[in-house]
Design a protein around this ligand. Sequence first.
Ligand SMILES: Nc1ncnc2c1ncn2[C@@H]1O[C@H](COP(=O)(O)OP(=O)(O)OP(=O)(O)O)[C@@H](O)[C@H]1O
Length: 369
Amino acid sequence: MWIKRLELRNFRNYDSLQLFDLSPRVNILVGQNAQGKTNVVEAMLLLSVGKSHRTNKDAEMIRFEADFATLQAVIERQERAYRLDLTLLPKGKKSAVNGVEKRKMSDFVGHLNVVLFAPEDLQLIKGGPQQRRRFLDVEIGQVSPQYLYNLTQYQKVLLQRNSLLKEIGQRKVGEEMLMIWDDQLAVYGSKVIRKRLEFVERLEGFAKEIHMRISGGKEALSFHYQNSLDCSDLTRMEEIYREELTAKRKVDILRGSTSVGPHRDDLEVRIDERKVQTFGSQGQQRTASLSMKLAEIELIKAEVGEYPVLLLDDVLSELDEERQLHLVKSMGEKVQTIVTTTTTFGLEHFLSEEANVYRVERGIIAKEG
Ligand SMILES: Nc1ncnc2c1ncn2[C@@H]1O[C@H](COP(=O)(O)OP(=O)(O)OP(=O)(O)O)[C@@H](O)[C@H]1O
């Protein structure tokens, strides 16, 4: 699939932007810092997963002094084209596919699939468990609306259970009230964990191969899902979940929060059986996170039957010239690739025939050549 055209109004520093002639292969947005390159990538991500990678607050993305922002894209897929519309309002957003309004974001998400690789993705390995859980949730959510639904239900139940735990701690209500929430938590929570386990196993298959190639056949990458439930028998997960909630009840009441479940889980990444977060070099951490992202491309292809769009935001400078060229060239052959960079140095030979180059300057984009 590929983004054929993109139109933005009052989005970040864009008053009005129209990109009508994007290439299905490589598109390079070049410009100095703070000109609006990442804003374009952010808009594409928003149209894909309904969320920004930089903020949870939609209002921040509305152009200063404007009341609302609109984003529109035409997506070419194998079977048909889709027009996606998203309106950001100070409170919340509205979405539509081919002019038909979608009341739930989960019905909007998934028409466009993207994989974003940005400098902060290094945090995927270096950062805390929350970042890796977010990676899993966003990536699985793109291909499975059912997962998003289960996750949202889980988060709602978790909030309710936690506020009840606090009330029990203050002796406002009795413990028996917990039963119903424990039950719901176990139902949705085990669905979330099961899907994550399945996803991690499939992702590992692709990432292992990619990492092996990038490291010149030297390093074996592996993923290990760290389940906060002590559950070796997956067929009994729901039951074990309930038992653990009961066993940890006293502690949970004391803390006013729930100590087991997918909101506490983690994904451990290893190279040659050693945890990369602790033992990996900067280069190994960078390569491992790149392998994870590139694996995601293959996984989406396997899942939805088409390659997603690859967004490479400001990551080329992290690679030497040869790797830059190799990455952009090899990706551009099979997936639409949107690259942002402050300099095209390193890609010069490739640019003239094979890529669309756009110059970005203070919220205005002009095509070169
Ligand atoms: N809501 C907003 N309204 C207007 N302008 C905004 C808004 N949010 C951010 N900006 C502006 O957008 C610009 C930053 O754009 P962006 O993050 O896309 O930069 P970039 O070209 O990717 O730069 P870099 O190379 O440094 O990453 C800044 O000038 C910032 O002031």
